[in-house]
Write a protein that binds this ligand. Structure first.
Ligand SMILES: NC(=O)c1ccc[n+]([C@@H]2O[C@H](COP(=O)([O-])OP(=O)(O)OC[C@H]3O[C@@H](n4cnc5c(N)ncnc54)[C@H](OP(=O)(O)O)[C@@H]3O)[C@@H](O)[C@H]2O)c1
Length: 409
């Protein structure tokens, strides 16, 4: 007869409900592997359960409530009282991970959070385990399924952002208030956690530059696809010199990039290191049963006695804001001779060389769409300002970053 592993479950919504069902379904196999038979010994929601009672009757606290308060206070108390903790709460881990990891270390217990980033995609475990010996140079992630679904649907149907967002809300892929997802804040919390694991340094989530997908136009997606590019909302963390750059923005990818083929609500993370070239992990980034499976994986690790310690953060690394990137540039121009050379002169003044260009439409509809080679953000932004002042431009220029790496070629 295996010893019970008593679970205090905080939150029984989409993930908590699925986790409860999964524990019942998998209890025998977890017991066979770990020697501990998991059982839910108490549940807390807004309407049922008592936290003190749950604490008195559990060995592990599984937090699937979300939000900072009361989750933070409850998890602090659980760690101080020697309970292992599992949480899927990216907001809490990204903002207060440091304090919680320290409490876990001081009290000799585990704080696991695989489901907090990219759902069931095991990126936390890979960074903390298989790749813990590699010097990571860069991580690019599609870590928000809502935005990936919206961008994929915009590309597939040609519909505009508002139409596809409404459809995503109808299908349950987007919240009634989608701001957290579409403005990139959810992705920022996740890339802050990955930054801490990859580079050992804490970043302030609120200082991460975030550009969302709300202003993406269907014709940008269509024109760029003629150049072989597909659009994703990408969260990036990378070493730049002695510092790091952490950011979230829409990015075009060439077909050979491993993230280019990730469609729908899937998540994927590409981890780059000189030692390993790149590793890409992909899979469902959300969903009750999927996320619950990552939570159960953490529970099995705890029941097996696996220990993963997060060492204290290093001194903060300098945050680099002026990075280099290639850019997609969309110009609505007057249809007359000499315009292309005017544009080329501005780009040349700022050291911007063009990799590809397409000219589309006539008269009122004339467009110049081009992709540059890598250039600093500062130079590109200065060129944009100068382009905006050209009288041959009929609208503000539109620009979107492009990742040039193409591991497939
Ligand atoms: N949904 C996903 O696909 C997904 C994927 C990855 C990570 N996550 C993370 O998993 C966590 C849970 O997400 P979810 O989608 O399952 O949320 P949810 O469906 O809204 O469920 C939240 C649960 O927590 C309870 N709760 C919330 N505030 C509480 C409070 N102050 N006191 C007591 N109980 C409280 C709710 O109680 P009531 O039932 O009484 O309202 C509900 O049972 C979040 O941190 C989320 O970011 C979710």
């Amino acid at each position: 007869m295996s010893e019970p592993l008593r679970i205090g479950l905080l939150g029984r919504g989409t993930v908590g409900g699925a986790f409860e069902a999964l524990v019942a379904q998998q209890a025998d196999s977890v017991a066979a592997v770990t020697g501990r038979r998991p059982e839910i010994s108490g549940v807390l929601t807004r309407s049922v359960g008592d936290f003190d009672e749950i604490m008195a009757n559990s060995d592990v606290i599984v937090e699937l409530m979300g939000g900072l308060d009361p989750a933070k206070g409850m998890l602090e108390r659980a760690l101080i009282e020697g309970k292992h903790v599992i949480s899927a709460n990216k907001q809490l881990i990204s903002r207060h991970g440091e304090e919680l990891w320290a409490l876990a270390g001081d009290n000799g217990v585990q704080l696991r959070f695989e489901a907090a980033v990219a759902g069931v995609v095991p990126v936390i475990r890979v960074l903390g385990g298989s790749l813990s010996g590699a010097r990571i140079e860069r991580i690019h992630g599609i870590v928000n399924g809502t935005t990936n679904f919206i961008l994929s649907e915009m590309a597939r149907t040609g519909a505009d952002y508002e139409t596809v967002l409404a459809e995503a809300q109808r299908l349950g892929y987007a919240e009634a208030d989608p701001t957290e997802d579409v403005a990139g804040h959810d992705a920022a919390a996740k890339i802050a956690i990955l930054t801490r694991l990859a580079f050992g340094t804490s970043v302030d989530v609120d200082s991460i530059p975030c550009e969302g997908i709300e202003r993406i136009q269907p014709d940008d997606i269509a024109y760029a696809s003629e150049l072989g590019l597909s659009l994703k909302l990408i969260a990036t963390t990378e070493r730049v010199g002695d510092g790091i750059s952490v950011r979230v923005h829409p990015v075009f990818l060439y077909p050979g990039h491993p993230l280019a083929s990730i469609g729908g609500a899937f998540n994927a993370v590409t981890i780059e290191s000189d030692d390993i070239t790149e590793i890409t992990l992909s899979g469902p980034g959300a969903g009750g049963p999927q996320t619950a499976s990552a939570v159960l994986g953490d529970l099995v690790a705890i029941a097996s006695g696996a220990v993963t310690e997060i060492s204290p953060a290093t001194d903060p690394l300098p945050i680099v804001t002026d990075t280099e990137s290639a850019f997609y540039l969309h110009l609505e121009v007057e249809d007359r001779p000499g315009v292309l050379s005017q544009v080329a002169a501005v780009l040349g003044d700022h050291g911007i060389s063009v990799r590809s260009v397409v000219q589309r439409g006539l008269g009122e509809n004339a467009r110049l769409v081009m992709v540059s080679h890598r250039v600093s953000d500062a130079s590109f932004s200065a060129a944009l300002t100068q382009l905006s002042g050209l009288e041959s431009l009929r609208a503000e220029p539109r620009a979107i970053r492009v990742i040039e790496e193409d591991f497939g070629s």
